[in-house]
Write a protein that binds this ligand. Structure first.
Ligand SMILES: C[S@@+](CC[C@H](N)C(=O)[O-])C[C@H]1O[C@@H](n2cnc3c(N)ncnc32)[C@H](O)[C@@H]1O
Length: 245
């Protein structure tokens, strides 16, 4: 490695340190799973950094969450208050669906809705950053479909780096999807983010946008944000994408 690369590598290491994360179920709340930094008992709030700054893979199987109901697994990225997740789960008892939220308040709100609507048999809630969960825990070839509706658009240019629909996220989506033709459901109200996302799909190997900006809510089920945005008369961009491998 030459000096320039070393400096670059050091800089990257400084910018994106790697931490141990653990997956565990809430002791008092069945169905709520945390994928969060491993706490350092010596410094209670300080997460533990991996010594080699490499991702720490977690030993995880879908049966840890869904017992023997692992034939069909789908993931919703950023479930919000869980409007879509509950209605979709009610319609599809045959599918095991993991909702995800890094915001604990939303994760709890979502789980409360799942409990109230009696769909906890085939749903679980992940509280944590879904990108790291995919990258460090989810086995390859194990997911049937992804749903991603109205993700935070981070409209300011200096915040675009926080957007989740980015090439390294798509790498994990493609890796974790089962082989054959698998679906990714996408929706947003944000014109520019939509264009960036569709461009990312278009340029991703094995990925085809089969319906572009023409799709209605998945099986007629609107998300919480969608209901609000449609009332406000905002344009909605929904597309259907196939990952083939
Ligand atoms: C704008 S809301 C949309 C919620 C819901 N999909 C809807 O349409 O009503 C986006 C949600 O994604 C969650 N989120 C954003 N990035 C995330 C990540 N990396 N992992 C898990 N949740 C995330 C946010 O906390 C937020 O609740």
């Amino acid at each position: 490695m030459n000096m320039e690369n070393m400096e670059q590598d050091e800089q990257n290491t400084k910018e994106i340190p790697e931490f141990y994360r653990d997956l565990k179920e809430d002791l008092n709340q069945n169905g709520l799973w945390y994928f969060t930094f491993r706490q350092n008992p010596k410094a209670r709030r300080k997460p533990i950094q991996t010594p080699d700054n490499k991702p720490h893979k977690v030993d995880f199987k879908w049966s840890d969450l869904f017992g023997n109901k692992t034939n069909q697994i789908e993931i919703e990225v950023g479930s919000g208050k869980g409007h879509f997740l509950t209605e979709y789960a009610k319609k599809h008892p045959e599918i095991s669906i993991l909702g995800s939220e890094w915001d604990k308040t939303w994760a709890m709100t979502c789980l409360e809705r799942l409990i109230k609507k009696n769909v906890t048999e085939n749903t679980k809630m992940l509280c944590g950053d879904v990108f790291y969960f995919l990258r460090d825990a989810v086995p390859a070839n194990s997911v049937d479909a992804f749903h991603m509706y109205f993700p935070d658009p981070w409209p300011k240019e200096r915040h675009h780096k926080n957007r989740l629909l980015r090439p390294d996220f798509l790498v994990e989506v493609a890796r974790t999807l089962k082989s054959g033709k698998r679906l990714f459901y996408w929706g947003t109200d944000h014109k520019e983010y939509n264009e960036v996302a569709l461009d990312a799909f278009d340029h991703f190997d094995g990925c085809t946008v089969i319906e572009r900006n023409t799709v209605l809510p998945t099986e007629g089920i609107m998300t919480g944000f969608e209901t609000k945005y449609r009332k406000e008369g905002r344009p909605i961009y929904r597309s259907l994408i196939v990952f083939e491998k």
